[in-house]
Design a protein around this ligand. Structure first.
Ligand code: KET
Length: 398
């Protein structure tokens, strides 16, 4: 029956992470998957999350199906996190938010919604982007193209080329944008660049789709919502998928959301209905437990304050690792500029290592990076940063 089924080629990120788990070498270093590890190399259980989980368990109660769109307290807390309390889009009820199974399901439900209601629209993603973006949108039946983004020569943005490409797109084309901590490059738009981009998006009647998977890892929770709020302030309609996997270290609880900002409340109600239709025919409704933990952290003032401190500490530890790997590499390799470690933001650094160099790092030194040259800086710690830099120096021929 299944003889014609080909083997799965594997996923560039998740398969690598599986290979890492199987690697018997005790000195192995995992800088592949976008997970934050603490200085002891462990995935932290945040104290705010642990207390919220205790509260959710203590409350007990039955576990009914959630509504298709998720729990009301979770959805309201997400909207406030994204836009700020009492924001106009919330007050006028023109944002439709669903709780999703990680932001991945939010992205995919949004893609299904677009495929059904914007069938002629193609999706434009940055070159490069998170590998799964293209796969998800193509999986929903949408055509996917790339706009210029990262400039390998300067380590910065090809901003003019990006604008030039986007200004040539037909109206209602979908433009996927990383709201902060661009994956994989760590290169974000400045606020001035967002302002210029927003003018273009509005003039060309494009449909922005924001991916906010790393809120709090660039500058802070509020600051990292800048793009979301700037698009809303400009009166644009757009989609935004956001994740709690990284910001609350709850990867396996699969907590995320999709919000669609609409021109008015009537349209938002219909959009919410169509999102529900997309969910119902897919996974029916989201799980209850993780979302209640997240909602508790977001809405309990003491836990919220604790979470913000814990998230700041994660962000600062990554910055310290960036500084340290920069220092060691600069000392080891003369005449090469490693400033990108200092200027790129979020969990990732785009090292410019070739796939062959990445393979050597893994095979000879047990240091795992994604083959694109992406390094998860959040996997570095005071115990492995020196060894990583030594290995990098070796494959760079120093
Ligand atoms: N968007 C981006 C940009 C992203 O990097 C990830 C995960 C997600 C969405 C999905 O996260 P979720 O847990 O579904 O809310 N990225 C890391 C893990 C993965 O590939 O699934 C990564 O890039 O390593």
């Amino acid at each position: 029956m299944f003889q014609h089924i080909p083997p799965y080629a594997g996923d560039p990120i998740l398969s690598l992470n599986e290979d890492f788990q199987k690697d018997p070498r005790p000195h192995k270093i995992n800088l592949s998957i976008g997970i934050y590890f603490d200085d002891a190399g462990r995935i932290p259980v945040l104290e705010s999350v642990r207390r919220a989980q205790d509260a959710v368990i203590a409350k007990g109660g039955p576990k009914p199906y959630l509504p298709i769109e998720g729990a009301a307290n979770f959805r309201a807390a997400v909207a406030e996190l994204l836009f700020g309390a009492r924001h106009e889009v919330i007050a006028t009820r023109r944002v439709a938010t669903i709780q999703s199974v990680g932001s991945s399901a939010g992205l995919r439900v949004g893609a299904d919604f677009l495929a059904r209601h914007f069938p002629k629209s193609a999706v434009w993603v940055s070159d490069p982007s998170w590998e799964n973006h293209r796969s998800m949108f193509e999986g929903a039946g949408l055509a996917v193209h790339a706009y210029p983004y990262y400039d390998a020569a300067s380590g910065g943005l090809k901003f003019d080329a990006m604008l030039a490409t986007l200004s040539g797109l037909p109206p209602r084309s979908v433009v996927l944008l990383h709201a902060c901590c661009h994956n994989p490059t760590g290169v974000d738009l400045t606020r001035a660049q967002w302002e210029r981009l927003i003018v273009l998006l509005r003039e060309r009647e494009l449909l922005p789709y924001l991916d906010l998977a790393y809120q709090g890892f660039a500058e802070g929770i509020e600051q990292d919502a800048y793009a979301v709020r700037a698009l809303a302030a400009a009166g644009l309609s757009f989609l935004v998928a956001n994740s709690f996997s990284k910001s609350m270290s709850v990867y396996g609880e699969r907590c995320g959301a999709l919000s669609v900002v609409c021109p008015d409340a009537a349209q938002a109600e219909n959009v919410l209905g169509q999102l529900k239709f997309a969910v119902r025919r897919n996974y029916s409704s989201p799980p209850i437990h993780g979302g209640q933990i997240v909602a508790t952290v977001l809405t309990d003032p003491a836990l919220r304050a604790l979470w913000e401190r814990e998230l700041s500490a994660m962000r600062e530890r990554i910055l310290a690792m960036r500084a340290q790997v920069h220092k060691v590499l600069t000392a080891k390799i003369a005449g090469r500029n490693f400033d990108y470690f200092l200027t790129q933001r979020g969990m990732f650094s785009y090292t410019g290592l070739s796939p062959t160099q990445v393979d050597r790092l893994r095979e000879q030194y047990a240091v795992y990076l994604v083959r694109s040259g992406r390094m998860c800086v959040a996997g570095l710690n005071t115990h492995n940063v020196e060894a990583t830099a030594v290995a990098m120096a070796a494959v760079l021929g120093a």
